[in-house]
Design a protein. Sequence first.
Length: 278
Amino acid sequence: MTSSTLADFLLPTGFACPRPAAVLREGSAVLEAGRYAWRVAGEHRARRSTPYAARPADRHGDPVILVPGFLAGDGTLALMARALRAQGFRTYRSQIHANIGCTLNAAAQLETRLESIALRRGTRVQIVGHSLGGMLARGIAVRRPDLVSNIVTMGSPMLAPGAHHPSLAASVDLLVRLSKAGIPGLMSEECVAGSCARQSFGESRQPLPAGVDFTAVYSKRDGIVDWRACVDPLARAVEVTASHLGMAFDPRVIDVVGDALLRTSDVSAVEVDRGKSA
């Protein structure tokens, strides 16, 4: 089952929407959140027992911006951002409060944000995108390799954006109806069936320019999207065992993301600002 307004080209042959019962797998997000809390508690204990002079030097390279998925905002990636800062990365919010609008407008907003960060830091930026956020990252990396050094996607169905759970299809239909009713700032029919959708999908399928690294994280336990649609043949694919929602905070996924970011980061002993994300 797909959204009644969704264009056929967003669900190519070979991909399928998860069955309604697949969403039950998302219940493991509770365990994944517990795993995060346990990791944080252990790190606090270890840090308190380690003399300051014996603590490892912090590492940082290109700054990192985290982009939330459909219906989500920056807060959903706050735990991952915190963990990455603890590893020495400088993180930034996307300033997307709710990812429910036109994808082209969201991409333009994100591009402006990247320009600001790149100008401020004097370097290109790494993008970590969850679900729809990863698809936005993929398109921007194609257009603006001067701004992007690396992208890491998590559960992002780039090969078939329409291969999502029926509950998301219902949400898309609702947003389109509300947009037709005159409510501004919401996803319109053009975004899921018109030129906007075609442009966004086309950009996400183009080869990445040289010098832009790409890691695609996916899980066969994903209860929201078809995991096969997340395995971009142009990316370094990494399988994890996590729910779709849990990818945002499962420490095992965070470790994978951190490793992918370090591949394009210059290791440095310079102290990283441990304050809140900018």
